[in-house]
Ligand binder design. Structure first.
Ligand SMILES: [Zn+2]
Length: 58
């Protein structure tokens, strides 16, 4: 198990998402949903998730 510096999660299922870099573009693939996710959705979901985590101090 290797820990990533920036662990992003899937906007749909909340599982850790795989970051794929190809041809200068970054793609996000969720092994749980088994599909590619829009980078904008992934980043938005993780930004709001972090904000919530900061607020609720779980
Ligand atoms: Zn997913």
């Amino acid at each position: 198990m290797s820990e990533q510096a920036t662990a992003l999660v899937c906007p749909d299922c909340g599982k850790p998402i795989e970051i794929l870099k190809a041809c200068g573009a970054t793609s996000y693939f969720c092994n749980h949903c088994n599909e590619l996710k829009s980078s904008q959705r992934v980043l938005e979901a993780n930004a709001s998730r972090k904000a919530v985590a900061d607020k609720e101090q779980d």
